[in-house]
Design a protein around this ligand. Structure first.
Ligand SMILES: Nc1ncnc2c1ncn2[C@@H]1O[C@H](COP(=O)(O)OP(=O)(O)OP(=O)(O)O)[C@@H](O)[C@H]1O
Ligand SMILES: [Mg+2]
Length: 272
């Protein structure tokens, strides 16, 4: 019999680009690791991968190499920190998931399945927008974090993303995270989005909190050093830690539910 699943999978997505998904994914990873969680960070921005840039590393292999039969998933995974903080790099040039033929998809998923059950958390950093690869990944995870900023264009784009996910994949549970906002701005932003989702989509979104605009985020990017290492006690880092604590609590409170669901749902039928 299979062991019960213990991995909580979370996709980090947004309608509009450049709102902070990749920085948030990485910082959440550090915050969760700091409190003793094992996790795998997956760069799922297959067209424009850049988690490696934020980490200041140039991995030898990436997701594309997993499509080669002789390469094992453990050959591709990079250890970011000891104690189970791992990273699966993508690379510019990896074909989009939906452009892969079925054999390639099967091979990729088969190798990913061997990997993902080993962690407490799986964090997927998705590309922006509503392309099919984004939608497929988002529909596979147990939780979805929609990153928005107070900009009106971010609100309309995130609304569109949730609408398409509901229409095409029947997904209607979303956690909203407001980035680059004061608590007051974040509250207003969440309330506006929540009202529109309720009224026009019949969706009740939940708030995961907010992260303040913080120049240390920009500086950490410039230095290619993870924010949580560069400035662990700055405002944005504190906000991220609070959000990580919520995710950790959610996982602990829902272990039974998590045990009953695979870490990534609706994989193509992988047979035996
Ligand atoms: N809390 C913050 N405070 C200040 N600046 C921020 C904050 N979060 C993100 N940024 C800025 O936004 C930029 C874009 O962030 P990031 O690359 O994480 O966005 P993204 O959503 O992953 O973009 P893409 O859609 O291209 O994948 C960062 O380089 C940084 O300059
Ligand atoms: Mg990104």
């Amino acid at each position: 019999m299979q062991n019960p699943n213990k991995t909580l999978s979370v996709s980090v997505m947004s309608g509009k680009g450049g709102v902070g998904k990749t920085n948030i994914s990485l910082s959440l990873g550090y915050a969760l690791h700091k409190t003793g969680n094992s996790l795998l960070l997956l760069d799922c921005d297959l067209g424009l991968a850049n988690l490696d840039v934020l980490l200041g590393i140039s991995p030898d292999r990436n997701l594309q190499d997993m499509l080669r039969p002789e390469i094992k998933s453990s050959d591709v995974v990079v250890s970011i920190e000891t104690g189970g903080f791992d990273f699966l790099p993508a690379a510019s040039g990896v074909p989009e998931l939906v452009e892969m033929d079925e054999d390639m998809q099967d091979l990729l998923f088969r190798k990913m399945v061997q990997l993902i059950g080993n962690y407490n958390f799986l964090i997927l950093d998705l590309g922006a927008g509503i392309n099919k690869t984004v939608l497929s990944f988002a529909a596979m995870t147990q939780m979805r974090v929609v990153v928005v900023t107070p900009e009106p264009t971010s609100l309309t784009d995130s609304y569109a993303l949730m609408k398409v996910l509901k229409q095409q994949h029947g997904v209607d549970d979303f956690l909203v995270l407001v980035n680059q906002a004061s608590p007051q701005e974040a509250k207003q932003t969440f309330e506006r989005l929540s009202a529109a989702c309720q009224k026009f989509l019949g969706i009740t979104i939940r708030s995961l909190g907010s992260i303040r605009a913080d120049r240390n985020v920009v500086e950490a990017v410039r230095r290619q050093t993870p924010l949580m290492k560069y400035a662990p006690n700055t405002e944005a880092s504190k906000d991220i830690s609070a959000i990580a604590a919520k995710l950790e609590r959610f996982r602990k409170d829902n272990l039974e539910l998590i045990a009953a669901t695979p870490p990534l749902k609706n994989f193509p039928d992988l047979g035996g």
